[in-house]
Design a protein around this ligand. Sequence first.
Ligand SMILES: [Zn+2]
Length: 98
Amino acid sequence: MERGRGKRAASPERKLQRKTPLAILGDPYLFFAPRDAMAVPKKRTSPRKRDQRRAQHDKVTAPNLSPCPNCEELMLSHRVCPACGFYRGRQVVEVAQE
Ligand SMILES: [Zn+2]
């Protein structure tokens, strides 16, 4: 037997196409059947595509560094500069001098 070509149950849309309007009125299932079926994937996701999607979750990215306005040292934004201890133009943390 051919693979993937087995006999399937006809969808409500298929049944509606086959039957005469009078038969649809007489069939309680077809008469009340929902017209909009749920979205269903046509093909199973391959292991490669599935793993590519899941690999995005624990991806590591480099932090965005910007130069300190006081000492030009690269630092994380919205944080006290670890090199000079300045934040928003004033000294907030004492930094040990070498
Ligand atoms: Zn600084």
